[in-house]
Design a binder for this molecule. Sequence first.
Ligand SMILES: Nc1ncnc2c1ncn2[C@@H]1O[C@H](COP(=O)(O)OP(=O)(O)O)[C@@H](O)[C@H]1O
Ligand SMILES: [Mg+2]
Length: 257
Amino acid sequence: MKEKVIAIVNQKGGVAKTTTTLNLGAELAKAGEKVLLVDFDPQSSLTIALGQFDENISSIADLMQLEIEDKELLDKEDIMIDIYGMDLLPGSIVLASTELFLINATCREQILKTVLAKYKKYYDYILVDCGPSLGMLTINALTAADSVIIPVEAEYLSAKGMELLLRSVAMTKRKLNPGLKIDGILITRVDKRNNLSRKIIQMVRDAYESLNIFESQIPERIAVGKSLSKHELVAGFEKNSDAAIAYKKLAQEVLAK
Ligand SMILES: Nc1ncnc2c1ncn2[C@@H]1O[C@H](COP(=O)(O)OP(=O)(O)O)[C@@H](O)[C@H]1O
Ligand SMILES: [Mg+2]
């Protein structure tokens, strides 16, 4: 097993973090990789999108709490949900209060890293779908990760938020996780007819020369949104749609890393 942990991060909501986690995961699984999706957003959109949301099942929030209290974690079989050829570590709204417990925890930035250490050996890729904040949960994700993928809409690339995000990544790398890499920026929800997008992408390429921008860009397509709300994967929804092909290409770029 490759045991690679990739955090899908951007403090802005609606930039397709969850869509990317789901579809990149599905494409990696189709390529024969063992994939775990971690729903690390209190809003639990990933778990909901997969039709698995249930307040009565064990979730990542339980594992975080057990680790904070230094108790034994659950066995893989007792928490992971097998779905579309992947495993899902479900999310929970309780994660919002986990964030408060973290503040006084010993090694508070390392809790997710320690949790994932128990399950890593079963997987090639663990994708962590982060919530829309740069709080303690996201710092935990950045500390647990080998690398980061930043989905972003072209329109927001040049915005202040990007600077803030890159600074958080750099700070985590410096202080907590020296091996942390940025796999790249993924441009999502691209409207090819929109000239603005193209101009901004060029601007960003110039501004952040050292930063990889994935060749594959995800087009804005109704089917992507619909497939999520219908609890289906893009890839399964419209097999040969350009959005599905874009996610397949992204998976190839990730595999080539
Ligand atoms: N390529 C796309 N084309 C159309 N709609 C998209 C696309 N990617 C994401 N969406 C929609 O945008 C919304 C936000 O996406 P989501 O993945 O939940 O973002 P985030 O996790 O960053 O908040 C969802 O309704 C989703 O279905
Ligand atoms: Mg999300």
